[in-house]
Design a protein around this ligand. Structure first.
Ligand code: ADP
Length: 412
């Protein structure tokens, strides 16, 4: 079975074509600047060619058509006909309370996604454009939606409710949803498999630290708390996002600086975090480099960033009454040994001890970086959200095919 994984944004569309017989990516790429002049298509036939072209791509239906052309083109392609694509899996940022797992696209599901536009105005409408564009190009191909929020739907009420009037939850569904769920689910499964222990027996904290960053407490195989909230702004300090702050700061700053709602939103999402404190960059590579050259603001930004991760790990150890596994993933988590060290050095009281040589090794695979004497196993697990989307899509479509086959058998 071949599965096309799509991540549709408002002006971009990223894709990977998976062969599910061996879970290998055959081709991948992205269409950028959709709806602007000079849209850019970058396409890679894995291990062979990468091509880049500039053209006019007015909207998502055209973008999907371009992707399909690239996939069947004798030069850039990896399949002979688009009929070889058996299913399409979409990344969807917000599934609200309606979606606790991945689902097959139906008219009812599309209606529910529309109802969630308010909760994710920047993302869900774009995902819907992606779904419609696939429908227009591949009308008979089943589509599956995989939600960033779904993994966290197991959180108990005390973890997901905010202590504000309940009417706001009832009327507008104001609550913690959490994000990066696909990544937390994937790395927790990988870590358990690597340790050869059932995930259900572990008390794990997974730290997805990239441009966006979140920590999740995983107990009995389920997310019981996570640091991002109703939106991906809450929790850890991030590249350009503030993370936690006293909510009273918002009206105070709006008043003092005469800022509008959209200006304050932009300040907290795009002009805060590492970028704001260092005055230099939102990129951890540049921060650590400047820090090693003695830049004091970069050092402060780094220290604040690491401190916040450490604080959340401690909080989640308390939430689970213990911790035995700590996982680092995503751009910073997988690559920055300096950050991992800064986080773990303050956690020896929990039984977390890094092995310096293991931590400093530059590798791309799942590995243990804690010392043999460490009570808590610390792992680096490369995340692969696309693979989890492809796996969910494959298994949901397979189940549906089985159901259809057994119905037609019982009818005949
Ligand atoms: P996204 O959240 O956009 O998916 P990623 O998970 O790809 O982001 O993480 C991107 C971030 O990872 C970059 O901004 C950079 O700060 C960080 N990063 C990547 N490589 C390194 C590295 N070698 N050392 C430190 N940080 C790194």
């Amino acid at each position: 079975m071949k599965v096309l994984v799509i991540n549709a944004g408002s002006s971009s569309l990223k894709y990977q074509l998976y062969d599910m017989t061996n879970e290998k990516v055959l081709a991948n790429g992205r269409v950028e600047r959709i709806g602007m002049d000079s849209s850019i298509v970058t396409h890679e036939k894995v291990g062979k060619t990468e091509v880049r072209s500039v053209s006019e791509i007015l909207e998502h239906t055209m973008a999907v058509r371009r992707v399909l052309d690239m996939l069947v083109n004798p030069k850039t392609g990896v399949i002979e006909s688009i009929s070889e694509i058996d299913a399409v899996g979409h990344r969807v940022v917000h599934g609200g309370e309606a979606f606790k797992q991945s689902v097959l696209v139906t008219p009812e599901v599309k209606l529910e996604i529309r109802k969630l536009f308010d909760l994710a105005p920047l993302h869900n409408p774009a995902h819907m454009m992606g779904i419609t564009a696939v429908e227009a190009n591949l009308p008979d191909v089943p589509q599956v939606l995989v939600f960033d929020t779904a993994f966290h739907q197991t959180m108990p009420r005390e973890a997901y409710l905010y202590a504000i009037p309940m009417v706001l939850y009832r009327r507008h569904k104001v609550r913690r949803y959490g994000f990066h769920g696909t990544s937390h689910a994937y790395v927790s499964e990988q870590a358990a498999a690597f340790l050869k222990q059932p995930l259900e027996t572990l008390k794990m904290v997974s730290c997805h630290i990239g441009n966006g960053a979140s920590c999740t407490a995983i107990k009995d195989g389920q997310s019981i708390d996570t640091s991002m909230g109703m939106t991906p702004l809450e929790g850890l300090m991030m590249g350009t996002r503030s993370g936690d702050l006293d909510p009273a700061v918002v009206p105070f700053v709006m008043n003092k600086e005469d800022l509008s709602v959209s200006e304050v939103n932009s300040m907290l999402n795009k002009h805060s975090g590492l970028q704001a404190i260092s005055g230099l960059s939102s990129d951890m590579r540049e921060i650590t480099e400047a820090m090693s050259e003695g830049d004091k603001n970069a050092k402060l930004a780094f220290d604040m960033y690491a401190y916040r991760v450490r604080k959340y790990i401690g909080a989640y150890a308390a939430a689970m009454n213990g911790i035995d596994t700590l996982v680092f993933t995503a751009g910073v988590g997988e690559n920055s040994s300096v950050l991992r060290k800064a986080v773990c050095d303050g956690l020896t009281f929990l039984g977390i001890e890094l092995d310096e040589a293991r931590n400093n090794e530059r590798r791309k695979d799942t590995r243990i970086i804690s010392a043999d004497s460490s009570r808590v196993k610390v792992l680096v697990v490369p995340t692969n959200e696309e693979l989890l989307i492809a796996r969910d899509t494959y298994s949901i479509v397979k189940q549906q095919q089985k159901r259809q086959a057994s119905t037609s058998q019982s009818e005949s």
